[in-house]
Design a binder for this molecule. Structure first.
Ligand code: GLA
Ligand code: ZN
Length: 665
């Protein structure tokens, strides 16, 4: 089962009825109907309420909640309830409690406190997931399984160390190979026995990037094993219901590309910070969409109003929740859900936004906004469901590369992967060009332009693939600090950019690191003679077949290339050897895209602050500005699925407004 296809948008959220008396449950169902809510997720943190002791099961309350919801026509996203261990579990089986990266064993409390190699934990969650699946696995209201919740915490305990050694044996075969890969000859650290290898706690062995990279991989896989164990029992008993777990966008700890292979459908929780720019959100949606090469996904959580875990938890301004919901749909979501349905009466999340306030009034602003959106989504029926986002550009994103870039000791402490990947994304976003964010393993043949920002780690097979893409007429762009190491963080012996040297036609001889105050400039050749500031890193490039498009203006390397292009087969490969200022990136990437034959979304000229995405033949027009904006439309008539109006020539959108335009035949 790999699909969650309803002829309507699923709209709802996390529901925690166990925190309220039963009398509230009936009110909840009535309010849900009023809000156009047709799905809820539960009981995410209900373990202790379902199994108050090892041999005591109290499912009856959950049976009654589920029946009430079902009678009200509400569908269920059923959690396996394993995300927070009840007190008795940790008291009885202390081996479950994880050890953090400082080497401290956690005490009972909070959530995600388990060690992925605890056999007791594994046995208990399998038993709970099995019971859940047996009891509800063919319930008519059940639409999707939600395993655990927001996996993420890693463990550094003795059990994990032992399992790590086994993992290394399977990966490398011999200790000699491990020593070679990690270059342990450095500082005389050669391991002479497997038992000497330990989890890299903060006061332990963190000298070897290869080791910490492998430990991150091992933990990501170990936690994934925990997910898989629950998934497998659920799938065996409830084979017709798709299975997911909620991801967290640019969450560094887990390699979501390998995780996504194990999910039937991708779901994620989107919590933009206070003043997130539209492309901040769009980038993460694109990343989550790319996990399954463009398949529709679920927005599992967003706050309807405010969060509680930022320092200043601003309210979403009127219209913003609706705007961000449609932005998610524009980027591939077929499901819009909130955390949370009703505010907790106490404890850590009582101030987190909810559809229903403590006052439980359907007159509250947030409730009314949710209800308006609910009605609107209902009226869309299946018009938006299942559509694919159209993109001609792929940006490569790789978790292991992220770890490798940020574990680098040198050349610059300011080098961070996310800003480096967001820079080209933003440049194209502002030019009205839609970009997919995908793994280097993805099928690239459908794209015209592929951008690999800061691809320090080039794994086996990637260079050949990029060569093939470019040879066949594609345009490839790499940036500074690329092609440095292989998959085990060993430097390529023949210089940078390693296996991409032929494709890019250059040799990067040295890299200068600049402080934030220091800048160089890039002078572009051609009539316009553009000059842009650049900084962070400045690669000193020797041409090996490529030509220089821009040269440095300062320092002893003034006059040397900073941006190059190499003709390769039918295509072109660019190298951008320094971080260009924003206007420079905007100009350069728009220019490269135009030369690559990439077109902006063809609704009309791009306007700053108004995002347009073409998904499933529909143009989502999203006004992210606080002010009214007008978009000039290309020739033709367009009907707005939301307002029912037909537009020709121009469409004017008030602040935060949205239109979903269908071209009229
Ligand atoms: C996460 C969790 C939820 C809740 C929200 C609060 O996304 O999955 O249970 O804690 O954060 O923002
Ligand atoms: Zn552990």
């Amino acid at each position: 089962m790999s699909d969650l296809r309803f002829p309507f948008v699923l709209h709802g959220g996390d529901y925690n009825p166990e925190q309220f008396p039963e009398s509230v449950w009936d009110e909840d169902v009535e309010l849900m109907k009023k809000a156009g809510v047709n799905v809820v997720t539960l009981p995410v943190f209900g373990w202790g309420n379902i199994q108050p002791d090892e041999d005591i099961w109290t499912f009856e309350w959950l049976d009654r909640v589920i029946e009430k919801l079902h009678a009200g026509g509400i569908k269920i996203c059923l959690a396996t309830a394993t995300a927070a261990t009840p007190p008795w579990v940790d008291q009885k089986y202390p081996d479950i409690l994880r050890v953090d990266s400082e080497g401290r064993k956690v005490s009972h409390g909070g959530r995600h406190t388990f060690c992925p190699h605890s056999k007791n934990f594994r046995r208990l969650v399998i038993s709970l997931a099995t019971k859940m699946a047996e009891r509800y696995g063919d319930h008519p209201a059940l639409v999707v399984w939600h395993i655990s919740n927001e996996y993420g915490n890693t463990c550094y305990c003795e059990k994990c160390s032992a399992a790590f050694r086994e993992w290394l044996k399977a990966r490398y075969g011999t200790l000699q190979e491990v020593n070679f890969r990690w270059n342990t000859a450095f500082w005389g650290q050669t391991y002479t026995d497997w038992s000497q290898i330990e989890a890299p706690v903060s006061l332990g062995q963190r000298t070897f990037q290869g080791l910490i990279l492998d430990y991150d991989r091992f933990q990501s896989e170990s936690i994934l094993d925990s997910y898989r164990a629950e998934r497998d029992v659920v799938r065996a008993i409830s084979p017709n219901i798709p299975i997911t777990t909620n991801l967290m966008g640019t969450f560094k700890t887990l390699d979501y590309h390998s995780w996504a292979k194990e999910l039937d459908i991708v779901s994620w929780d989107c919590y933009p910070p206070r003043s997130a720019a539209p492309e901040w959100i769009a980038f993460r949606h694109a990343l989550m969409r790319g996990l399954k090469e463009g398949e529709p996904w679920m927005l599992m959580e967003q706050t309807p109003s405010q969060q509680n875990w930022q320092k200043y938890n601003s309210l979403k301004r009127p219209g913003v929740m609706r705007l961000w919901s449609y932005q998610a749909m524009a980027h591939g979501a077929d499901t819009i859900m909130y955390f949370q349905w009703r505010r907790s009466p106490g404890a850590a999340e009582m101030f987190h936004g909810a559809v229903v306030e403590h006052a439980a009034s359907s007159e509250a602003r947030v409730f009314k906004e949710v209800a308006v959106l609910g009605r609107e989504l209902e009226s869309l029926g299946d018009a938006t469901i299942g559509g694919r986002v159209e993109a001609q550009v792929a940006l490569l994103f790789d978790w292991e590369n992220w770890w490798a870039v940020e574990y680098s000791i040198g050349p610059s402490g300011d080098l961070k992967y996310l800003p480096a990947t967001l820079a080209p994304y933003k440049a194209l976003f502002d030019a009205g060009i839609t970009v997919d964010v995908v793994s280097p393993e993805a099928d690239l043949s459908k794209y015209k332009l592929v951008i690999a920002p800061v691809l320090k780690m080039v794994k086996t097979g990637v260079a050949e693939k990029l060569e093939q893409f470019t040879r066949a007429g594609g345009t490839f762009v790499a940036t500074y600090f690329t092609g440095i190491v292989d998959g085990t963080d060993r430097a390529f012996p023949n210089g940078y950019p390693g296996p991409l040297s032929d494709l890019l036609g250059i040799w990067v001889e040295e890299t200068d690191a600049l402080s934030p105050e220091e800048k160089n400039s890039a002078l572009f050749s051609g009539e316009n003679g553009h000059i842009f500031e650049c900084g962070l890193l400045c690669d000193r490039i020797q041409l090996r077949g490529a030509e220089a498009l821009a040269t440095y203006m300062q320092e002893f390397y003034a006059g040397e290339p900073v941006v190059t292009v190499n003709r390769f087969g039918e295509g072109s490969a660019y190298y951008v050897g320094s971080a260009l200022e924003e206007s420079g990136a905007a100009w350069l990437y728009a220019d490269i895209a135009a030369k690559a034959g990439v077109e902006p979304v063809d609704l009309g000229p791009a306007i700053k602050g108004v995002e347009v995405v073409l998904r499933g033949g529909l143009y989502y027009v999203l006004n992210h500005c606080r002010t009214e904006q007008s978009v000039v439309l290309r020739e033709g008539r367009f009907s707005d699925l939301l307002s029912g109006q037909v537009y020709e020539g121009e469409i004017t959108l008030p602040a935060y407004a949205v239109a979903i335009l269908r071209p009229e035949a």
